[in-house]
Design a protein around this ligand. Structure first.
Ligand SMILES: Nc1nc2c(ncn2[C@@H]2O[C@H](COP(=O)(O)OP(=O)(O)O)[C@@H](O)[C@H]2O)c(=O)[nH]1
Ligand SMILES: [Mg+2]
Length: 241
């Protein structure tokens, strides 16, 4: 019987044919070099991409000790839905959810793991000097306004919930993935809120981060959906759902 992976790296991917090969290579090389993480698996969660994301992922040759799996959503549903599908397919003792652009370098996995908590949340809010390349100002401002809004709603005390780099204890990640409902980019908020209610230990951990061009996010469309979804989470918590 194959050994249970120590780590699953779940990568939500929507039209990532260009970035994915380099990202997979960097992650695979890191895992192969850091002996502590093997055996490991990489789970690419294709979010109904219209490009060759799936083909590119399936063609990737993994080093020994690393397995790769591709899960596919038939239609584009949003980052939250893709992460959930990837987490549900994962088997690792721990699950790292990482954006496909590696805006936070994979090496920061060690920083998260060192905290020894159930949910380590990579953050750009605590040590701004770790941001080597900033987002365009409007995006940065929108992000801060969003964070302020969810703090005022009592949904979080963290200064950044949206950095796409989180390490979660595997059993907890899969349990939460079965009850989470948000498909949008606001899914992180639901993840955090439900983890907190499940009694998980949570740490906001400063990580290096560099803005990467070619964002999949459309500020107005995704931003308004995120606000509505944050309100839904607020409602669910109040009504105990
Ligand atoms: N925009 C978008 N990204 C998605 C979707 N589904 C999965 N993703 C992934 O979510 C991650 C974040 O996307 P990215 O463009 O880096 O967003 P940004 O860094 O917040 O501007 C990437 O790995 C995307 O491939 C989706 O429906 N829309
Ligand atoms: Mg990004």
């Amino acid at each position: 019987m194959a050994l249970r992976p120590r780590l699953s790296v779940v990568i939500p991917a929507f039209n990532e044919e260009d970035r994915l090969p380099g990202t997979l290579a960097r992650i695979a090389a890191f895992l192969a070099a850091e002996n502590g993480w093997l055996p490991a698996e990489i789970v690419v969660a294709d979010d109904g991409s219209a490009d060759r994301t799936v083909a590119v992922a399936e063609a990737f040759a993994v080093p020994s000790g690393v397995t790769l799996r591709v899960v596919r959503l038939p239609h584009n549903r949003g980052k939250g839905a893709a992460v959930r599908a990837g987490v549900l397919a994962s088997e690792g003792e721990q699950v790292l959810v990482s954006d496909a652009d590696l805006a936070t370098p994979i090496e920061e996995l060690a920083t998260l793991a060192a905290r020894g908590v159930d949910l380590a949340v990579g953050s750009r809010g605590l040590r701004r000097e770790l941001i080597t390349r900033r987002q365009p100002l409007p995006r940065d401002v929108l992000g801060r306004v969003f964070n302020l809004a969810i703090r005022l709603l009592g949904l979080t005390t963290l200064s950044d919930t949206q950095c796409g780099f989180k390490l979660i204890e595997g059993g907890l990640a899969r349990k939460l993935a079965t009850i989470q409902r948000l498909d949008s980019f606001a899914f992180d908020i639901e993840l955090l809120a439900r983890a907190e209610r499940a009694g998980a230990t949570i740490a906001e951990v400063p990580v290096r981060w560099a803005h990467v061009e070619d964002s999949r996010v459309r500020a107005l469309r995704h931003g308004s959906a995120m606000v509505l979804d944050a309100l839904r989470v607020r409602w669910w918590l109040w009504t105990g759902r």
